[in-house]
Design a protein around this ligand. Sequence first.
Ligand code: ARG
Length: 470
Amino acid sequence: MIGNEYCREVYMALWGGRFTQGPDQRFKDYNDSLKFDYRLAIEDVEGSIAWAYAIFKAGVLEAKEYEDLKQALNELLQEFGEDLDKIAQADDEDIHSYVERRLIEKVGDLGKKLHTGRSRNDQVALDLKLWCRKSINITLNSLVSLEKTLLEKSEAFSGKIFPGYTHLQRAQPVTFSHWLLAYLAMFERDYQRLVNAKNLLNTCPLGSAALAGTAYNIDREALAKSLGFADCTHNSLDAVSDRDHVMELLSCASICMVHLSRFAEDLIIYNSGECRFVELSDKVTSGSSLMPQKKNPDALELIRGKCGRVVGALSGMLVTCKALPLAYDKDLQEDKERLFDAMDTLDDSICMATLVLSDIQLNENKSVEAALGGYSNATELADYLVKKGIPFREAHSIVGRVVLYAISKEKPLENLSLDEYREFFNDVDDEVYVYLKLENIIAKRNVVGGVAIGQTQKEIARFKQILQSR
Ligand code: ARG
């Protein structure tokens, strides 16, 4: 374990030459970022290995020096292992100074050569882009699991009738599969949005140095390729101060969290005592310490609640970047905590939604009962009248009066007799009951994207194709 005093000396050594006094402890606490940017440890070392090769190629390092640095950096990677948390305990200013100190401890003065032609400004810009790329890949994987579970459930519940709502008023019957496929469509767009974001951040800032570009003869294209980027950045001022990818990733995360919160809210309502259309597993609900009968949808409530955190991270980041002068400013250090937290929250929430969905039960009787109730077949009655030659506007008004009458009799439309119907319009026959049947209502919506079973099956097949290769 390195003593505090030694650390303090090294802390000063990064930029201490011009200073005659060490930093006030309160400033140091405020300024240091190691307590959160330790999460960039792997990326910092990966970038350093690539940089070591680049400056070797540029003639700054001998081959042996490059080999020694590479070996020491790889050893550091081994030592970090999976658990980066302990790095956060060190006293260094940030992850870049931490890695440099550890390297110097291993290889002595040679370690001091690595930073030639590099600045922490292009270094941190690189590290964060590498981190974003990894984080996007993790989120994409989690989204695929969620999408596959949605697909599986839409197949399992194919054709199961479910109440459809607008304004949270029962509107028209749908199927539970159709509801599931609606969320599948949203999460697929979230997937595509993240893929787009990954493509857009695919340029390497390393070699931009502090702001004006490195003074060494670095092959920046080759360096970019070696780190898996499509290209290098083409303006050094932009490269060190660009955090579009952070804003964009937070924006993708926010949209996905909004989708998740709607999914959660729907299920909270459907699971409520008032609805009971679905039953959540004991595994994702909790009880009350006072009321023994309670089974609360905590997992879903937390998904809904955590949406605020992620949207807050986005607005915070936008405000941090607003009116920020070129090029690098320390304000940009504020990008990390919220990004890390938002991406962790997003991934946890996607996984939680998948878990909730895996064990969900459909209460068919309650769902059909609700789909039948609330006069959600009233539009069909209007369509029936249209078929009998009554213009739709007029039909709409007649049906409105029929519904008012049915409510007063506490009867659903399908239980009104032909004689009762004749009070409102003469030309009525038994076919009206065919129109009012749930199955027929569903079957008639046979357009692309409609609720007819054949259409939802086509949609399931389309998604099977999409998800097959993932
Ligand atoms: N910790 C800093 C950050 O996250 C690293 C870059 C520091 N650059 C500097 N010129 N002080 O932004």
